[in-house]
Design a protein around this ligand. Sequence first.
Ligand SMILES: Nc1ncnc2c1ncn2[C@@H]1O[C@H](COP(=O)(O)OP(=O)(O)OP(=O)(O)O)[C@@H](O)[C@H]1O
Ligand SMILES: [Mg+2]
Length: 239
Amino acid sequence: MEQKVIFVTSYKGGVGKTTVSVNLALALSMLGKRVLIVDANLATPHVAIHYGFDEFSNALQDVLNNMIKIEDAIYKNERYGLDLIPSRVFKRIGDSNAEYKILNLPYHISKLIRNYDFVIVDTRPSQDLDFTKLIPYAKVVVVTTPDIVSIIEAKKLREDLRKLGINDIYLAVNIYDRKSKDNMNLQEIKQKSGFKRVIEIPESKKMQEALKTGIPIVAGNSRDAASSAFINFAKELMK
Ligand SMILES: Nc1ncnc2c1ncn2[C@@H]1O[C@H](COP(=O)(O)OP(=O)(O)OP(=O)(O)O)[C@@H](O)[C@H]1O
Ligand SMILES: [Mg+2]
């Protein structure tokens, strides 16, 4: 399999990038794939929290600052059978410098890519897209909510990705409620955003509980509609 690095990103904040990243990584792992998830949102890094994991001293900031090797920032999550490179929420001295070195991330990732089937990279909103073009085999999942503002930002991001020559892209429409009259339907969303591959992820009432317990819904709620959507999305990415 060639295209195994998946950037999960959006221009708009709070649309569900981290939720999508952690559940997708877990779904791929549950389907038997070797998965690494990297928390590249250095501003508000929450991947570890989603997995209920808070005891780590090494972080991506240290890798970017060339203080440790990337291998030393990998935490093996025994419970879920996936590997995680976390970022620190509460910054140490020097961590701010790491933000300027985020463009080096593809270089660090390339050193261990052969150990994995998939590397999922959670990003911050408006992440400098330059780093995606440094990984020629990357796929990009743009996350949006089903409102016009978020969809317009997704369209803008799609156009910017295309300028970089990145065409292997998906739009994940998150917190989607089919029954709500306020939501646009998927056809409308496709038209407005310009994306051809659109994945629907329903709103889940279990999401806050999942965050509180540190058990992502894919692991804890097999009958949840969002959980099934993540599994189906993972299967689609494996094709
Ligand atoms: N499908 C869903 N159903 C219900 N709630 C959801 C769903 N997806 C995300 N949420 C909730 O929406 C909020 C924002 O999600 P999340 O933190 O994943 O967004 P983000 O895009 O990563 O934010 P940021 O831009 O700050 O990194 C969280 O409270 C999360 O639990
Ligand atoms: Mg996030």
